[in-house]
Design a protein around this ligand. Structure first.
Ligand code: GRF
Length: 192
């Protein structure tokens, strides 16, 4: 069994899709949902489904042994980020090298990097006049949004699009593709 830890800081609509997609999966399951934010809505979504949760606030991540012990206690082999708002420490990226997946709500390498999250991304896309946006699913390394790209899907930015209308269509793509792409990557590239 591949045991996933989903890391999320906020609402958790993508985390919810992941939890549901893998609910009865024969080879993959969401073993734990981890947040840096004790008030994150995603934690109640996990609890509703009987999935364990852990809260690791920013400073807790400095304690390498303790953090890794938390993940080990769930036999975690894959980390899936779903709106996780903090940069992971280098020791963590190193421990889970090629086993940390993120989704970005635009077509990387454009509109990525520090500060490019949520509506900031969609506002920048609309203001730039870009004709396309979409989603990028990628591996995580020590830099924001720079790891190997596993999958991307584009959509047309319409002349009448606002950041809000674009965000909605991008989110639909995220909800449709994130879990199946994670599944495919795990089953084709990772050993338990
Ligand atoms: C998503 O747009 C994802 O691309 C980004 O953070 C957002 C999380 O939204 N990394 P939600 O909390 O899953 O609704």
């Amino acid at each position: 069994m591949h045991q996933i830890a989903v890391l999320a800081s906020g609402f958790g609509s993508n985390a919810e899709k992941l939890m549901d997609y893998f609910q009865n999966h024969p080879q993959i399951r969401v073993a734990v949902v981890v947040s840096n934010n004790a008030a994150a809505h995603v934690l109640s979504k996990a609890k509703e489904r009987g999935i364990p949760v852990e809260v690791l606030p920013g400073p807790a991540w400095e304690k390498r042994e303790k953090v890794l012990a938390v993940f080990d206690s769930y036999h975690v082999s894959v980390i899936v980020l779903a709106g996780y708002m903090r940069l992971l420490p280098p020791y963590f990226v190193d421990t889970y090298r090629n086993r940390i997946i993120n989704i970005h709500p635009a077509l990387l390498p454009a509109f990525g990097g520090k500060g490019m999250y949520g509506m900031h991304v969609h506002r920048a896309v609309v203001e730039s006049g870009a004709k396309k946006s979409g989603i990028t699913i990628h591996l995580v390394n020590e830099q924001y949004d720079e790891g190997e790209i596993l999958f991307s899907k584009y959509l047309e930015v319409l002349p009448e699009d606002t950041p809000e209308s674009l965000a909605k269509r991008v989110q639909d793509l995220e909800h449709r593709y994130y879990a199946p792409v994670v599944e495919k990557y795990i089953l084709s590239s990772l050993h338990t």
